[in-house]
Design a protein around this ligand. Structure first.
Ligand SMILES: *[C@@H]1O[C@H](CO)[C@@H](O)[C@H](O)[C@H]1NC(C)=O
Length: 286
């Protein structure tokens, strides 16, 4: 009994811990209850967009770029979120950031700590991506450069990108289940098993039919559940030691049926005696 209680405690503790550690990168909840998840945009193939003069930029979301980079002058080349090829080596437009901000109902990602800007060594390249919910766009959509500053491709150091995609639409949490939904699921499964087991037990062991099949034990009562399991076990055990019990029950009810048809045994005996007496008197016979 105490072991069962300990198991319950461990299970509950694990659930609570799971709920607390439940902070998934690249997702966010807004104060008005909306939920955004940009993880579907993660791609093994980098997205591309072009500057006005035709330079190609590569970018990824919620993960570093997948393409090979060359001579990147940043502290963490393995965390580069996007880059463009320039004469003296690849130029990072920012480091990966999985914190989603929401402004005016649009999810926004900010990448900072890119390569040092050519205009100033104190300033590092950065990028802002605004995601726009658009269900008419096929697939994941494409990033589109709105502006870069300074405007020339050689000195550009800040990038503003718009990305129309259905992934930017508010969605429902499915990957991350909250504590209550996990609990509700477990309770639901246990309840379902309980109903199914009870109906089988009532049908095959108690031989009930119709509405009697519906379990009548009060729900979630541990005592009743244990009593129910003990009852099951005892039934199975007694069946195992006395295989004829079931048939004996049937034959008993058969005898009962016959005796009911012919009236109660005591009544019959009395009548027999009276009939005998009447026979001897001969009053009724005449
Ligand atoms: C990551 O993004 C958040 C929200 O957009 C921003 O506040 C934060 O400064 C960014 N961090 C870095 C290191 O870029």
């Amino acid at each position: 009994m105490s072991r069962i209680r300990a198991l319950w405690a461990i299970g509950l503790a694990a659930l609570v811990l799971g709920a607390v550690a439940d902070e998934i990168p690249c997702t966010t909840h807004t104060s008005d209850g909306q939920y955004f998840d940009l993880n579907p945009l993660k791609s093994s193939d980098d997205y591309k967009f072009k500057s006005p003069s035709g330079n190609e930029y590569k970018i990824n979301v919620c993960r570093p770029v997948a393409s090979e980079t060359w001579a990147l002058k940043v502290e963490k080349p393995e965390e580069v979120a996007g880059f463009v090829r320039r004469d003296h080596g690849d130029f990072s437009i920012g480091s990966m950031n999985t914190t989603v901000a929401v402004t005016d109902g649009h999810p926004v990602l900010t990448f900072t700590e890119g390569t040092a800007c050519s205009s100033s060594n104190d300033l590092r390249a950065s990028t802002v991506i605004r995601f726009v919910c658009d269900t008419s766009v096929s697939g994941m959509g494409q990033p589109q450069l709105i502006a870069q500053l300074p405007p020339s491709d050689e000195s550009a150091c800040a990038f503003f990108i718009e990305w129309r995609t259905h992934v930017a639409c508010p969605t429902h949490e499915n990957g991350s289940w909250g504590f209550m939904s996990i609990l509700a699921t477990i309770v639901g499964i246990v309840f379902g098993l309980y109903i199914v087991c009870s109906v089988f037990y009532n049908y095959f062991v108690l031989q009930l039919r119709g509405f009697d099949l519906v379990p009548r034990y009060s729900l979630f009562s541990l005592g009743d559940t244990i009593e129910f399991i003990r009852g099951c076990v005892e039934r199975i055990r007694s069946r195992g030691s006395d295989p004829w019990e079931g048939y004996r029950g049937v034959s008993a009810s058969h005898e009962e049926g016959v005796s009911i048809l012919s009236g109660p045994p005591g009544f019959l005996d009395e009548e027999d005696e009276e009939e005998d007496g009447m026979d001897r008197d001969g009053i009724i016979r005449l």
